[in-house]
Ligand binder design. Sequence first.
Ligand SMILES: [Zn+2]
Length: 234
Amino acid sequence: MNFRALLQVQATDHRIVQLEYRKQQLPERAAADVAKKALDFARAQVKKNEKRQGVITSEINRLELRGKELDTKKTKYETQLKSVIAMREVEALQHEIAGVNAEHSSLDDAELLLLDENETLDTALAASHDGMPHVESAANTAIAALGTAIAVLDADIAAAHAERSSLAALADADSMALYESVRARMSSAAVAEITKGSCGGCHTSMSPKEQAELKKVADTPDAVCPYCGCLLAV
Ligand SMILES: [Zn+2]
């Protein structure tokens, strides 16, 4: 076994982890998310406003239709009014006409409100239409920039993996297997050197006796830090 060869493998593993982390944390990723959200929002606004305009159009059509019905009714009552003489009938017809007028007036009010709202929606939709190319191109640019940044990191990651493979090939299979199993359960270093009398993994200082004992078992599965359990290249 040769633990020293593992140090370089570990350095490459560490670099791969860092590169993967950088890939996830790319500022271009956040920028692309923001731009994509802005585009989704702008598109949703257009859809919402167009849908509302559809509702308004059919509501206005309904009011217009009802208005025509009322006009017909009123004409009918007014014609009848010309031919009745009895005061009671005159009053009844006048009452009907007043009712028709009141309903017509409230229809007109409702229609005016809807027309106002429609105009506001027209303005909003025109603004959305004008702004959409900008929002779309901003999203496309941000997504492209993210793609480029990812491609650069992917190339670095692929190179690091290739380097790791050649370094792993230089180490013996038993050392590699041991390294992988220690690495799987360690959050800190899986293999370290003793630097200035301390474990390079957990930085706990070791007595000269402990260090001497480790030297005796160098490059065996017993050459581990008694404090953190990492392999020690001594
Ligand atoms: Zn340690």
